[in-house]
Design a protein around this ligand. Structure first.
Ligand code: GTP
Ligand code: SPV
Ligand code: MN
Length: 586
């Protein structure tokens, strides 16, 4: 099916004139088309078919060595006014950026095929969903978008013959030249131009580019929220009630793992269901609650560390119809990565395509190697994950990697205080973005790389949204990553994080008390269930400890962070002052 929508046809004509492909292929989303494109990608060496017995329908791809993560330094918000991009984004003038990139895109698809991918972010037919169209020269992108979105004819049908409400995405892998790599967003035109990369977050334009950077602009204008959040449901099987929780943790800080966790043995009366693992679109419902959908249809998850012990649901999701990127491959064509729970084989082909043995002393899989897997294959997928109106949210978690400072969990005093906690969030950097790993940086609401407008305005939007929601979700901060002097994790994490979720659910139900501290409400150590765990109440006390000197230092860090914003809401300044006072008095 091709569309007659004139806004689409005009734009495609322009993109064809600019990039001059040899042919244009409209993606319909069919099974036959998938097989054809897979075969072509395998024939030209772009993809490798994995062991069909053990990993049916799975494919493998290696990116260029210089193209393994998001590139925040080359990611731009091109609003007309620089102050609308704000102090945390790279800004470029839209006219200048269009002109510069036009030179790079001219004739870039000569001799190649342009694929036109219509796609929906969100369930088909949902009033919360939005349509995008991505044109690309990459079969890898087509095959990934097929998993990550609802794409093809279904999207053209949803868009209709007249609507101009869709996001334009132009991607060219081009020469994968890092010096001419650009990931540019034009929020005033609902347009994304990406060139010289073939890595996930830079090129699957429905994901971070649309569903967060462009959508955060739309959300602000239209009164909803586009967030870097997982969504999970916890069912109390005795009462039959399910509570939904979202969590914003920075890249590679545990969203996928939390979204799919399996509760420890003691918690027989609970079941955890996955709604989404990376992005949430949320809006206030008529009933006064906040309702959220997962706009994606698949998981683009971190492979290293994923094992039958840490996250069986993720591993089981990837056993078929999955694309693996930059992991290692065994001699019988099975994917392998560090922390998979399988001893390193005597020989592997590593993510660079080189021979690898355990003596190599290098990682066989890239630390940011990923799987792209259909969400519907997840054993824990929620029966409500495609509910057009979403699921009602009872609690919001913020969190990150903090070796010290942040206790295992604490609850904000109010929505406003919760927004402050999110705005001051910090985490140690990971391999998900190019740059140094392990450096503490402020990453408000885990949106530092993804907020498509002035972050001061974004904080204000959060405060305003609180006023539009009658039944505000409770806001918590969690930290699974405290370490001892030897750098060993103090908390077991993964499935055992349920022990903290249980306390959070009980807080939502008014079933458990808490200790009021300078930074928020903290559990009584004995209220965290330790059944089956090798930890004592004293260990929990240590994990919940709030150290005055450390928090005085933290406040200085927050002050320096806030000083960067010229549009910082007064309410957040007041929250910081109040925190300072409470810590001083403690
Ligand atoms: P993005 O897809 O980049 O947004 O990441 P994410 O937030 O979904 O992170 P993910 O769940 O994929 O986890 C990233 C890494 O953190 C993996 O190597 C996990 O094994 C590890 N991890 C996740 N949860 C925990 C935890 O509770 N404790 C510890 N120690 N590590 C964890
Ligand atoms: C992240 O980096 O937060 C991811 C992977 O989820 S990417 O799609 O590359 O952004
Ligand atoms: Mn992410």
């Amino acid at each position: 099916m091709k569309t007659n929508n004139p806004t689409v046809l005009t734009w495609i004509d322009q993109m064809v004139a600019l990039t001059q492909p040899e042919q244009v292929v409209w993606i319909d989303g069919s099974e036959a088309e998938k097989e054809r494109i897979e075969t072509e990608a395998i024939e030209n060496g772009e993809m490798i078919r994995l062991n069909a017995q053990a990993w049916p329908g799975c494919l493998y791809h290696r990116t260029a060595e210089n193209d393994v993560a998001r590139v925040e330094g080359r990611t731009y918000i091109c609003s007309r006014k620089p102050e609308d991009a704000g102090p945390t984004n790279n800004w470029a003038d839209p006219q200048e950026m269009y002109a510069r990139l036009t030179e790079l895109y001219k004739g870039v698809m000569q001799g190649k095929t342009m694929y036109v991918i219509p796609y929906i972010m969100g369930p088909a037919g949902s009033p919360m969903s939005k349509v995008g169209i991505e044109v690309t020269d990459s079969r890898y992108v087509v095959l990934n978008m097929r998993i990550m979105t609802r794409m093809g004819d279904i999207a053209l049908k949803q868009l209709g013959e007249h609507s101009n409400d869709w996001v334009r995405g132009l991607h060219a892998k081009a020469q994968v030249d890092p010096d001419n790599r650009y990931i540019c967003h034009f929020p005033e035109d609902n347009t994304i131009w990406s060139i010289n990369s073939a890595y996930g977050g830079n090129v699957l334009l429905g994901k971070k580019c649309f569903a967060l950077r462009i959508a955060s602009n739309q959300a602000r204008r239209e009164g909803w929220m586009a967030e870097h959040m997982l969504i999970l449901g916890i069912e109390n099987t005795a009462s039959g009630e399910t509570k939904y929780i979202t969590g914003a943790f920075p890249s590679a800080c545990g969203k996928t793992n939390l979204a799919m966790l399996i509760p420890p043995a003691y918690a027989k009366g609970y079941k955890v269901y996955t709604v989404g693992d990376d992005i949430a679109w949320m809006r206030p419902g008529k009933d006064g609650q906040l309702w959220g959908i997962n706009p994606e249809a698949g998981f683009f998850g971190v492979a290293p560390g994923t094992s039958m012990k840490s996250n069986p649901n993720a591993l089981l999701t990837t056993r078929a119809n999955t694309i693996f990127t930059n992991v290692a491959v065994t001699d019988d064509k099975q994917p392998w990565w560090e922390g998979m729970g399988i001893a390193p084989p005597a020989h592997l082909t590593d993510w660079l395509g080189k021979d690898w043995t355990p003596a190599a002393g290098t990682k066989a899989a890239h630390p940011n190697s990923r799987f792209t897997a259909p969400a519907k294959q997840c054993p824990a997928i929620s029966a409500h994950w495609e509910e057009p109106g979403g699921v009602p949210i009872s609690a919001i978690l913020f969190g990150g990697r903090r070796a010290r400072t942040a206790p295992l969990v604490y609850q904000s005093f109010s929505w406003k205080h919760g927004v402050f906690i999110g705005s001051a969030m910090a985490s140690e950097t990971t391999a998900a973005a190019a740059g140094k790993v392990g450096v503490v940086r402020r990453d408000p609401m885990a949106m530092l790389p993804f907020c498509g407008y002035n972050m001061g305005d974004y904080f204000q939007h959060w405060l305003d949204m609180g006023k539009k929601i009658n039944k505000q979700p409770l806001i918590f901060n969690v930290n699974w990553f405290q370490t001892d002097e030897q750098g060993k994790f103090l908390w077991p994490g993964f499935g055992d994080n349920f022990r903290v979720l249980e306390w959070i659910i009980k807080r939502c139900n008014n079933e458990v008390g808490a200790v009021k501290t300078a930074i928020g409400y903290v559990p009584k150590a004995e209220d965290i269930n330790l059944d089956g765990l090798d930890l004592t109440v004293a260990d929990i006390r240590r994990l919940l400890r709030i150290d005055k000197a450390v928090w005085e230092e933290e406040i200085q860090g927050i002050e320096a962070h806030f000083a960067k914003f010229d549009r910082l809401p007064q309410e957040l300044k007041a929250e910081l002052a109040a925190l300072k006072q409470r810590v001083a008095e403690n």
